[in-house]
Design a protein around this ligand. Sequence first.
Ligand code: ADE
Ligand code: ZN
Length: 333
Amino acid sequence: MDTFIRSLPKAELHLHIEGTLEPEMLFDLARRNGLASSYGSVAELRAAYDFSDLQSFLDIYYEGASVLRTEEDFFDLTWAYLNRAAADGVRRAEIFFDPQTHTERGVSIETVINGIGGALDRSHELGMSTGLILCFLRHLSGKQALETLEMALPHRDRLLGVGLDSSEAGRPPELFRAAYDLARQEGLHLVAHAGEEGPPEYVWQALDVLGVERIDHGVRSIEDPVLVDRLVADQIPLTMCPLSNLKLKVVDDLNHHPLAQLQDSGVLVTVNSDDPAYFGGYVGDNYVAISAGLDLRQSETAQLARNSLTASFIFDDDPLFAEFDRVAGDQKI
Ligand code: ADE
Ligand code: ZN
């Protein structure tokens, strides 16, 4: 199963580049930048990755990201992720980054974008294409989101889209309407985290107020049958992240993950890794875990990979679709 899953050409659509910072690299970068760490060893840091909810994770994740200082740091982080993803059969990666996490502590947006972008420029060496999605931090204000996008616009050609992440509870998507309106005017793609911890109402708002094309997570959509009908009717993809949901206690068991029921209802569901350095697995591990947890047939697992290409922002005539069909055909799926 493992080799089969990794052999399928796939897209990763929900991946925070800051969430790929492995403890070993975190210590290396802290040393390189002359920073003290609050943890004594890699093992001690890994032991702290025991989360009770989204916020308990975010606190550690933002602290971890504080070792990223230079363009080289962002390049090294991104290049390491791309190599791991390529080994899992990822041929298209649409990657999130959180500029405010860095600009708030005095790192310029140029440093961040040039570092990540420099690695993305080389993704073709690994047989991949990539895009960069700027996420607004929803624990900060709508005004700060708008200012962040304005600050990023000199680098418009580096951006594929915008997204919305961080603490969801009590932070409805409508707070970010102005930033999304500007992003739309700029011709950027629009996505948002919704329905991870927040209610189905936030998924409705992301669709109807922000006008997003994909929902990141969307786990709690299952609570509202009318919303599920809407996701099916408009073929709005959900970028789901099984190991993340387990680690952050969004679900208590992968046997009970709503992905299967949503897929059976006709929702375009996809599998992704979210913050793999913190949640115990990259995208291939997520496919393996959810396929085992839900006892999926090989054809259902393959459909998830096919969905990831459909849900991505590549064009309908991209050669990746034909390549997928060839690989799947060779494996008699
Ligand atoms: N930032 C990084 N990972 C996140 C997640 N799973 N939910 C919200 N914000 C995030
Ligand atoms: Zn996420």
